[in-house]
Design a protein around this ligand. Structure first.
Ligand SMILES: [Fe+2]
Length: 241
């Protein structure tokens, strides 16, 4: 952190209330008593550290990192962007982890019973470290929409889950990225727990044709801002970043 950087007050109005009954899961998950602030322990403030050598060469390539008998079915895409602080500076060496459903909307997870099939060549998980400018990229197939049990016809828009690690375990931030033009976003009870439409907009990655590879794959751009007026909304830090 640059000591000369301007301090930008967090905007608490950006975040959805913990209890949003339209999203039924929030009823049981929202706290009934005020939150306690706990002192971090040494292991939480001194770790983790991630070295480039610890990552495998295919960790940021979801098209190949689980391929068995061939490549996964689906629309091939690149997702890329920068992890930025509140003043627009890139954060180097930041671990970015992603997980997602396959092109049919099915997760490779024991609890996912959706009728769309598991893709034998798609695991749906990846990770990468930002470079010296805070830039990251990975390659994958576009995830499908999937239904979930909330109202009669509740569908998640296509999305990719993101985790961003800081320099301590207590700094892990989690969010979701959506895709430009997806008509399901406006019907999604989870995205719509966010009261500020502009904050939802910042979770929607625009198509980035300039980064698409001709005859190979499309690209979407997703910049992640850790704090400030353009902050990305993190679902595990609803009180502010
Ligand atoms: Fe999901």
């Amino acid at each position: 952190m640059n000591p000369e950087s301007e301090f930008i007050q967090r905007d608490r109005s950006l975040h959805p209330p913990a209890l949003t009954p339209n999203y039924k899961t929030s009823v049981l998950r929202s706290p009934r008593i005020p939150l306690w602030s706990l002192q971090n322990s040494l292991s939480e403030v001194t770790g983790p550290t991630f070295r480039r050598e610890e990552l495998g060469p295919l960790d940021n390539d979801l098209i190949l990192n689980y391929a068995k008998s061939g490549e996964p079915i689906g629309e091939r895409i690149i997702v890329h962007g920068r992890v930025l602080d509140e003043n627009g500076r890139g954060l180097p060496n930041t671990l970015v982890e992603v997980w997602q459903a396959n092109a049919g909307g099915r997760y490779r997870h024991v609890n996912d019973r959706y009728l769309a099939p598991v893709d034998p060549n798609f695991g749906g998980c990846g990770r990468t470290l930002t470079d010296k400018d805070g830039y990251y990229f990975f390659r994958t197939v576009k995830p499908g929409a999937y239904p979930f049990r909330n109202q009669v016809n509740s569908w998640r828009p296509a999305h990719i889950h993101f985790s961003i690690f800081g320099t301590g375990f207590a700094q892990r931030l989690i969010t979701q990225m959506y895709f430009e033009g997806d008509p399901l976003i406006r019907h999604d009870v989870i995205a719509n727990t966010i009261p500020d439409p502009e904050a939802i907009e910042r979770l929607i990655a625009p198509l980035d044709l300039s980064a698409a590879i001709p005859l190979d794959c499309l690209a979407y751009r997703f910049d992640i801002v850790l704090r400030g007026r353009r902050s990305t909304l993190f679902e595990n830090k609803l009180q502010g970043n």
